[in-house]
Design a protein. Structure first.
Length: 306
């Protein structure tokens, strides 16, 4: 990804990094005041669908996009891209870790938007402990105290790794705590394994179905549980394994974006699929045009924007 690509996405969007750092240094209470004063909106758009931009990858050490291993390393560049995307019609909100959401809050970019807090980022990409998905980010208590609209938890299941059961227990606890306050819990399940020392998520239909059935049963109630799922083969059969509302993720973008958009479009016709939660495919499109990529996704989800 070239410098030119990065600059092209920030046209018309100004991020005052010095100002953000000054506020953080001199007035950290501005974050809490900002959350308290933030204008909120219903979770779903009027059409019952949702488009979220995901930006929680850096906190797990996952900075790469296609061939660029450090594409997401620049916080000023990431914030410009996020602000550009959030300003487009039909974008309902963002999923991020506290550092990213607090920056966007201080920038005024979360007014009238859905904000979902990413809760467990402890399973760092490439680590020997990667499947130990500890809750090191947002807590349920913080999400509820700040009026954040939901909490998302990565829930990878490896039958050969004892750490998986701790992740399942922690996810179940978070689901129960959020539901007690009528707040969305977004579970992102994967059936996983290690190959040559590397964690691999199994994306065949049967493995995805197993991950869904386990995730759907977590917590004391499923009333406020949503799923965040990959686009896989035989998706209609896969989605028949649950009645929980689900958002489809974008993953690490590869291949022709037109093929990705076509797959999203086909998937959105399935009743359980209520929208998309996409990060790198929208924030770092091959041509660098964030607005155009986001507009395509918004048209797919909302049929012309919300």
């Amino acid at each position: 990804m070239s410098t030119t690509d990065r600059v092209s996405t920030s046209e018309g969007v100004v991020v005052d990094i010095a100002g953000l750092t000054m506020v953080r240094a001199s007035d950290p209470g501005a974050v809490a005041r900002g959350w308290a004063a933030r204008s909120r909106r219903p979770l779903l758009a009027a059409d019952g669908r949702m488009l979220l931009i995901a930006a929680d990858h850096p906190a797990r050490g996952a900075l790469g996009v296609r061939g660029d291993a450090t594409a997401m390393a620049s916080r000023s560049d990431l914030l410009r891209r996020l602000a550009a995307g959030l300003a487009r019609p039909g974008v309902d909100g963002v999923l991020g870790t506290p550092d990213v959401l607090d920056d966007l809050l201080l920038m005024g970019a979360l007014e009238g938007k859905v904000a979902i807090g990413s809760m467990n980022r402890g399973g760092l990409q490439g680590a020997s402990f990667e499947l130990d998905d500890r809750f090191t980010s947002h807590t349920a208590a913080e999400i509820l105290a700040r009026g954040i609209d939901g909490g998302k938890m990565l829930t990878r299941i490896d039958l050969q790794d004892p750490a998986s059961v701790a992740t399942l227990e922690a996810s179940a606890r978070a689901i129960t705590e959020l539901a007690a306050h009528q707040t969305m819990a977004m579970v992102e399940p994967f059936w996983s394994t290690r190959r040559d020392g590397k964690v691999v998520n199994l994306l065949d239909p049967e493995s995805t179905i197993r991950s869904i059935t386990v995730a759907s049963g977590l917590g004391a109630t499923s009333a406020y549980t949503w799923l965040k799922l990959p686009v896989v083969d035989e998706l209609e059969r896969v989605m028949d394994s649950t009645t929980l509302p689900s958002l489809l993720l974008g993953g690490d973008p590869t291949g022709d974006p037109r093929d990705t958009y076509a797959a999203w479009g086909r998937s959105l016709s399935i009743p359980q699929v209520r929208g998309l939660v996409v990060g790198r495919a929208l924030l770092y499109p091959p041509d660098g045009d964030v607005a155009a990529a986001v507009d395509i996704a918004a048209d797919l989800v909302h049929g012309g924007g919300a």
